[in-house]
Design a protein around this ligand. Structure first.
Ligand code: ZN
Length: 349
């Protein structure tokens, strides 16, 4: 393979174009002082940001940065480099005292106090490396007043500073912030590459296949699942519960009952369930069409395939559509009981 075929030695899987661009910038010294990395959670945005921080401060010869082995690379990897700070909601909860009476809000938003801390930190010279690097994870969670406070830093960062904002989508960051950053949009990583990566790290083929199909291109999510049997087990339980909701009459009653009444307290949980329902109905459709190899939930494949045989392809398509519509209705603040009931009524029985 040629040196420019997209594969680099950076500790990043996929995202070749973004990696190549950053690698070339590091080598030529033509860095932007502010980057905005966007993409769905779990796709490897923070991994890329950390790799850039390593490449900038690595002690190895320039063509081999980041080496992953020098003191600087290791410290960055462990979150122990004095010149590299990664800020997210957890960091904020540990490092920044919440304004009085505002403990809950500070767990959901990056506060103005955090921005102040970043502004003071960025102007102090690096003590160990060449660059001062700030990675702001959850940048779409800036509280409303925070971006303005941050703009001055983004406008005139010190010559030794690089700021990397990580966000879900470019729309969730204010235009003024966005226009001051070089934007890197990360796409999904192919299922085949995720599977190959997992297998190369010792995950048994069956598990690697199942995780890579469920990952929907999110490499970081897949690696987390593979390294965390507990998370994998929790996920399996959720899939089982969702299948029960789909297929058992009593399960369906539960949707417009317990789940609807919990919705206002935990919207995230409803959303996660609806995601599972959509995935399961899609799988049912694939089983029905004889494409069982492509399903996202192979762990319940046999039962779902048998269930799917009761219905026509049109029935199953309608179920997918009704479930997605319900998500839209809930986002538009329709009453949960009504939206969920309408969805269940359109599912085949
Ligand atoms: Zn290094």
């Amino acid at each position: 393979m040629s040196a420019d075929d997209g594969r680099t030695h950076w500790p990043v899987i996929g995202h070749e174009e973004a990696v190549r661009g950053l690698r070339d910038a590091v080598r030529s010294g033509r860095m932007s002082h502010a980057y905005l990395i966007t993409g769905p959670e779990g796709i490897g945005r923070s991994t890329l940001a950390m790799a850039l921080a390593q490449a900038l401060n690595c002690e190895h010869v320039i063509d081999e940065r980041p080496c992953g082995e020098c003191d600087s690379c290791r410290r960055i990897d462990h979150g122990a480099h004095p010149d590299v700070t990664r800020v997210d909601l957890d960091w904020q909860a540990d490092m920044i005292a919440a304004p009085r009476g505002d403990a809950t809000r500070s767990r959901q938003r990056l506060s103005i106090e955090t921005i102040r801390w970043l502004r003071q930190d960025i102007v102090t010279r690096p003590v160990m490396g060449r660059w001062k690097v700030q990675i702001v994870d959850d940048a779409d969670l800036f509280s409303e007043s925070a971006p303005d406070a941050f703009l001055k830093t983004l406008e005139e960062p010190p010559s030794f500073a690089i700021i990397i904002l990580v966000a879900t989508s470019v729309d969730s960051v204010s235009e003024t912030v966005r226009s001051r950053c070089r934007h890197l949009q990360l796409g999904t990583v192919s299922t085949a590459l995720i599977r190959e990566t997992l297998e190369s790290r010792g995950v048994p083929p069956a598990a690697a296949g199942a995780i890579s199909r469920s990952a929907h291109g999110r490499i970081a999510w897949a690696l987390r699942m593979a390294n965390d049997p507990e998370a994998l087990r929790a996920r399996r339980e959720k899939v089982e519960a969702a299948l029960e909701h789909l297929t058992a009459p009593l399960g369906r009653v539960e949707i417009s009952g317990v789940i609807a009444s919990n919705h206002s307290r935990n919207r995230e949980a409803t959303h996660e369930l609806l995601d599972l329902y959509t995935g399961l109905w899609r799988d049912a459709l694939l089983h029905r069409a004889g494409l069982g190899d492509l399903v996202v939930f192979p762990e319940v494949g046999d039962r779902l395939a048998e269930y799917a045989n009761n219905f026509g392809v049109g029935d199953l398509r309608r179920a997918v559509g009704a479930t997605q519509r319900c998500m839209g209705d809930l986002d538009a603040n329709m009453q949960a009981r009504i939206a969920l009931h309408a969805m269940v009524m359109q599912w085949p029985r």
